[in-house]
Design a protein around this ligand. Structure first.
Ligand SMILES: Nc1ncnc2c1ncn2[C@@H]1O[C@H](COP(=O)(O)OP(=O)(O)OP(=O)(O)O)[C@@H](O)[C@H]1O
Ligand SMILES: [Mg+2]
Length: 265
């Protein structure tokens, strides 16, 4: 695959998508730098998975353009697919096979030399060496998700989509997956992750965008988003707003400049 010189790993412009009468995406714009971790935040049904499906060529947009790794998702779908991997909420792990066999299977499907060595390397990177020869069906949720992310790395795709990588996991397993995502970022992979968890975005992302009512209503670094809500708005205690406060303030209708009062003036 030829490396494509591009300023953006992912560029989305004016993307719209409806299902029947339901307008899910109403003109989405995004620009994601190579090697960054980008979190797409949104409530249930906001359209996060829909956007990820469009970017991974599984679904066609009604309007607008999107490019991944420099390739148009419509006109160059095959090149896009070679440049990405997608890990959905439900792990694509074969439970009958061991962790090591799962990894080797993907390496063989991708026609890579030395599948055993590839598997061993990934098992080590994701702290699964000891469990490598156990059937994946015996793994905990966190181990399974880690194995799934490891499988998605085979072939070194430059762009990885993680759709709600930690939904349904317990706190320990979430930490394990966070660690795996940090490893990806350290290796230079561009990661677009969707999440409903504000702390997850806060922990992992270089930039955060909020998808709400079909549009990106905020997009910036954590510091930039926090700057939308000045610390001074918290009257009694001088403190920085949490991302949760920023999110609720932007998504909700309450004015961030006003302290709560019974009677709106
Ligand atoms: N194939 C489809 N046909 C009809 N409606 C759909 C289809 N796919 C998604 N939708 C609807 O589009 C809206 C957005 O769905 P989507 O799965 O993108 O949301 P999401 O942000 O990923 O939500 P969640 O956080 O629950 O995963 C929802 O109302 C959903 O019911
Ligand atoms: Mg979803």
């Amino acid at each position: 695959m030829s490396a494509v010189a591009t300023a953006s790993a992912i560029r989305v412009s004016g993307v719209r998508k409806s299902f029947g009468d339901l307008e899910v995406l109403r003109g989405v714009d995004l620009d994601i730098a190579p090697g960054s971790v980008f979190a797409l935040l949104g409530s249930n049904g906001a359209g996060k998975t829909t956007l990820v499906r469009i970017l991974s060529t599984l679904l066609a947009a009604d309007a607008g353009t999107a490019a991944v790794h420099g390739f148009d998702v419509g006109a160059q779908a095959a090149e896009v697919r070679e440049s990405i991997s997608l890990t959905g909420q439900f792990a694509a792990v074969d439970e009958i096979l061991t962790g090591r066999e799962n990894l080797m299977l993907v390496a063989r499907l991708r026609h890579l030399p030395g599948p055993g060595a590839i598997a061993d390397d990934l098992l080590a990177r994701f702290s699964l060496t000891d469990a490598g020869d156990r059937r994946a069906g015996t793994y905990s949720g966190g181990m399974r998700r880690r194995l799934d992310i490891a499988m998605s790395l085979i072939g070194d795709p430059p762009v990885i989509f993680l759709d709600e990588p930690t939904t349904g996991l317990d706190p320990q397993a979430r930490l394990e997956v966070w660690q795996a995502v940090k490893e990806l970022a350290a290796g230079g992979t561009t990661v677009l992750l969707t999440t409903q968890y504000l702390d997850e975005a806060e922990q992992l992302a270089d930039r955060i965008a909020i998808l709400h009512q079909g549009r990106i209503i905020a997009d910036g670094t954590l510091a930039e988003l926090k700057a939308l809500l000045p610390a001074a708005t918290v009257e009694y205690v001088e403190k920085q707003p949490t991302l949760e406060e920023v999110f609720l303030s932007i998504v909700g209708d309450t004015s961030p400049a006003e302290p709560p009062s019974k009677e709106p003036s």
